[in-house]
Design a protein around this ligand. Structure first.
Ligand code: AMP
Ligand code: ZN
Length: 114
């Protein structure tokens, strides 16, 4: 989608601190980190919200979660623990309408979130 910030990051039209990229997914550091490590994992293909997911997307979403776990291991806090979050629509706090998995780690995280 031409007018989507995260599509532009995926295509490198807008720079970001990339952590990982492959033919399906891109991961980059959040510009406003909420933890010592705050990475966003996105599919290259534009999907606006979790509400739009279809059965064909299961492999992509599974790969997103496994990539979060791999980055947590690389960043050194997998055993200590971390959080993964998908925000969906307004009440969920979604501000960028291209699905993204937040990976937060490197400090103890409180529960429940705000
Ligand atoms: P959400 O509120 O779940 O939609 O999350 C969107 C996230 O994107 C927020 O944590 C923002 O800080 C982050 N963000 C917005 N613009 C950029 C950008 N240009 N590069 C990296 N992260 C961004
Ligand atoms: Zn997009």
């Amino acid at each position: 989608m031409t007018d989507c910030l995260f599509c532009k990051i995926a295509s490198r039209a807008i720079p970001a601190a990339l952590v990982h990229e492959d033919d399906q997914l891109v991961a980059f550091r959040d510009i406003n980190p909420q933890a010592p490590t705050h990475v966003l994992i996105i599919p290259r293909r534009h999907i606006s919200t979790l509400d739009e997911l279809e059965a064909d997307d299961d492999v992509t979403v599974g790969a997103m979660v496994r990539l979060a776990a791999a980055i947590a291991r690389e960043e050194g806090f997998a055993a200590a623990g971390y959080r993964t979050v998908f925000n969906c629509n307004a009440d969920g706090g979604q501000t960028v309408f291209h699905i993204h998995l937040h990976l937060l780690g490197g400090r103890p995280l409180t529960w429940p979130p705000g």
